[in-house]
Write a protein that binds this ligand. Structure first.
Ligand SMILES: *Cc1c(COP(=O)(O)O)cnc(C)c1O
Length: 364
């Protein structure tokens, strides 16, 4: 694993994002197998942990044939892993060369981009796979259903690209829940394309972690052959209703941060209250003297609202750029300066901690 060392700092320095390989393996095996039984292939989405190769490898070992990310930089890190690479965000006009270099397939909805990908692939005597995105109501990426026929004709007429299939994205911008109606429509469109153009579509990609509840309750329309799973694989949570999924772990990732001050202080600031560091006027309740801990991690790394203290008796009071302030009065532990506290994560905190270069990454 030497090649991975440049992406993971081995010495633990705090704050630290800790990643448990065993727990992720458990999630990956269970979810990939469960989907396989319904003839659904999983694209393992790596963006929330910035595609640390050692972590992405877990999904390949568990049977994922595709690794998917929204950033080309991340796919580049995964070059050594033997899986198909998929670029999830529509390619930018000025990253076409990298997209063809580091992704086998990209999600697309624009003719000029598809043409540019084809031209670049032709230059290199290869072909680039197109997953055509169709907007079924969530109003993020995708062509309208009425444009499908002419767009497919355009893709089939463009040299250097092959049409791998169609996909939809839901519950991202508009919050639209995947159901038999919208996913059924995707399957219908796929069948319509296959008939009209006499082609076979490998991939009919029915969305992200928010579509998994349909796998669980047996209502995923037949003909959906693929799901792109991020949050569910990482945090064991389906995202249509936010429910935990049985047989998966929600604690494969945690934040560890160190106490730099521990003192008894008032719960109310003294003096005239103006704005805090972020332009908000804070409001306080007088709870008398409390035992307060300051941790060396702050908003530059993570939003305090997205942290779940493992010590249930701790209350997060707030944070500034580099300091997280806790009320530890009710804790049964006797903390001291230098101790580390740990926190469970949400999708938002996982994303921002992964992205912060001030947070070290520990892969256990
Ligand atoms: C991020 C992303 C996913 C994964 O979403 P999760 O909710 O984490 O499963 C799937 N598809 C696209 C296009 C994405 O950008």
């Amino acid at each position: 694993m030497k090649a991975f060392d440049k992406f993971v700092r081995r010495k633990i320095v705090y704050p630290c994002l800790s990643i448990d390989k065993e727990k992720l393996t458990k999630n990956a095996k269970f979810l990939i197998e469960t989907c396989e039984k319904k003839q659904v292939d999983v694209m393992a989405v790596t963006k929330a942990f910035c595609a640390i190769p050692e972590v992405a490898e877990i999904f390949v070992k568990a049977g994922a044939r595709y690794l998917a990310d929204s950033r080309v930089e991340n796919l580049k890190k995964l070059s050594d892993l033997s899986a198909n690479k998929v670029l999830l965000r529509l390619p930018m006009a000025d990253e076409i060369e990298d997209v063809v270099s580091y992704a086998n397939i990209s999600l697309n909805s624009e003719r000029s981009t598809i043409k540019a990908l084809g031209d670049e692939a032709k230059k290199r005597n290869c072909t680039h796979g197109i997953l055509l995105m169709i907007d079924l109501g969530d109003l993020r990426e995708g062509i309208l259903p009425s444009d499908v026929s002419s767009m497919v004709k355009f893709i089939l007429d463009t040299s250097g690209v092959t049409l791998k299939g169609v996909g939809v994205n839901l519950t991202c911008y508009g919050g639209v829940i995947p159901d038999q109606n919208n996913l059924g429509k995707l399957v219908d469109l796929a069948r319509q394309i296959e008939e009209e153009f006499d082609v076979k579509l490998d991939i009919v990609s029915g969305g992200n972690s928010s579509s998994y509840y349909l796998v669980e309750n047996g209502n995923l329309p037949k003909g959906i052959t693929n799901l792109r799973l991020g949050e569910l694989l990482l945090l064991g949570r389906e995202t249509a209703y936010g429910n935990p999924v049985k047989n998966t772990c929600d604690d494969a990732f945690c934040l560890k941060a160190q106490i730099v001050e521990l003192k008894e202080k008032a719960s109310m600031p003294t003096g005239t209250i103006g704005m805090d560091a972020f332009g908000n006027v804070p409001v306080f309740e007088d709870e008398g003297i409390m035992k307060r801990a300051i941790l060396a991690v702050g908003r530059q790394d993570v939003s305090p609202d997205d942290l779940i203290p493992h010590d249930k008796n701790i209350e997060i009071l707030g944070a500034s750029s580099d300091h997280l302030i806790l009320n530890v009065t009710k804790s049964e532990e006797t903390y001291k300066v230098g101790d580390t506290l740990s926190f469970g994560l949400t999708y938002g905190s996982l994303l921002s901690l992964s992205t912060s270069s001030y947070v070290s990454k520990e892969v256990l």
